[in-house]
Design a protein around this ligand. Structure first.
Ligand SMILES: Cc1cc2nc3c(=O)[nH]c(=O)nc-3n(C[C@H](O)[C@H](O)[C@H](O)COP(=O)(O)O)c2cc1C
Length: 161
């Protein structure tokens, strides 16, 4: 699958098959993700591989669609708000890389904001200063969600003199 196809066909998957995804494959996609742009090579991402005991404590309406693998992706602490924003941006690039790499090999991902809650931060043992950018279920999709329509990009482009 070429990059453009991967970008255009990736979906936010909500329901997964129980079949496990080999850990070394997930690690391979995380490695690829780490080639994301990041200012001054801060590499501001950390990954929590969520095991069953921890997962059972996280409140979520459908247990992350039954995904066999669940990750939390964190952004590391920063001294200034600019650095904090840059870390968050870099981790978002990391996540997109990861999702595309998985998708290109037939594995779906989702993105949950559940890690924004203090309760979930506590369950995950997230230290002060870290941001939980996403909780990411990973697995073979049970169904491919339909594409969500986007606004024509020309409506988002402003020409400057
Ligand atoms: C920062 C961020 C937070 C998100 N949080 C959630 C979430 O909590 N629950 C959810 O169902 N989807 C979440 N999503 C996924 C979006 O809902 C999804 O990407 C969007 O509906 C477009 O669908 P698509 O990715 O399949 O094109 C999040 C996406 C981003 C970038």
């Amino acid at each position: 699958m070429n990059v453009l196809d991967a970008i255009l066909t990736r979906r936010n998957v909500k329901q997964f098959k129980p079949d496990p995804v080999p850990r070394d494959k997930v690690q391979e996609w995380l490695h690829a993700a780490s080639f994301a742009p990041n200012h001054r090579m801060t590499q501001p991402w950390e990954i929590l591989w969520i095991g069953p005991e921890t997962r059972a404590q996280i409140p979520h309406k459908n247990n992350f669609g039954g995904a066999p693998t669940l990750l939390a992706v964190l952004s590391t602490p920063a001294h200034t708000s600019v650095d904090r924003d840059e870390h968050y941006a870099a981790v978002s690039c990391f996540l997109q890389n990861f999702m595309l790499a998985a998708h290109a090999e037939g594995v779906g991902t989702g993105w949950s904001s559940a890690g924004l809650s203090e309760k979930v931060r506590h369950i995950l043992g997230v230290q002060p200063g870290y941001e939980v950018v996403g909780i990411i279920p990973v697995g073979y999709p049970e169904a491919e969600p339909a594409p969500k329509e986007r606004a024509p990009i020309v409506t988002k482009i402003k020409d400057l003199p």
